[in-house]
Design a protein around this ligand. Structure first.
Ligand code: CMP
Length: 144
């Protein structure tokens, strides 16, 4: 099924110069980039983005971290992109993510796991709506 998912390169991924490496992995797989921006998210956006984790002890630190610097916010489109995007990213804890995945290859700590991807169709919809206006999503044909 043709789907869209929200993918963000977090401040640590941007600081470490991993933007092109990460985009390239989604692009080479054959997914289509339909929205992208660089933004320093407000605390409010960060809290809304992570609202499911509100009761966790690391919630405040996580939101502070997300809003601490530039984030690359993206929407990727493709067959099964929500689930497969999570596969490209790898397990949440970089100590448990497989080599070959983005976190497995490029990160070591759960507090610095460099990238976020929506975990299902509902969160994908919510996160895309939180980070983007409808007119920021582009329709085009690609031959990838
Ligand atoms: P992400 O995929 O963005 O979704 C939730 C984030 O919470 C996760 O990546 C981690 O960055 C963060 N997270 C999850 N568990 C912990 C933890 N135990 N300590 C700190 N951060 C965590």
């Amino acid at each position: 099924e043709l789907e869209r998912t929200f993918i963000a390169i977090k401040p640590d991924g941007v600081q470490r110069g991993l933007i092109s490496e990460i985009i390239s992995r989604f692009e080479r797989k054959g997914f289509k980039l339909v929205a992208i921006k660089i933004t320093v998210p407000s605390k409010d956006i960060a809290q809304k983005h992570y609202h499911d984790l509100k009761t966790r002890p690391f919630f405040d630190g996580l939101c502070d971290f997300l809003s601490s610097g530039p984030v690359i916010a993206m929407v990727w489109e493709g067959e099964g992109v929500i689930k497969y995007g999570r596969k490209l990213i790898g397990a949440t804890d970089p100590q448990k993510s497989e080599p070959g995945t983005i976190r497995g290859d490029l990160a070591v700590a759960i507090g610095g796991n460099i990238i976020h991807g929506s975990d299902g169709p509902e969160t994908a919809k919510d996160e895309i709506n939180l980070w983007f206006k409808p007119e920021e999503l582009v329709n085009y044909t690609s031959n990838a």
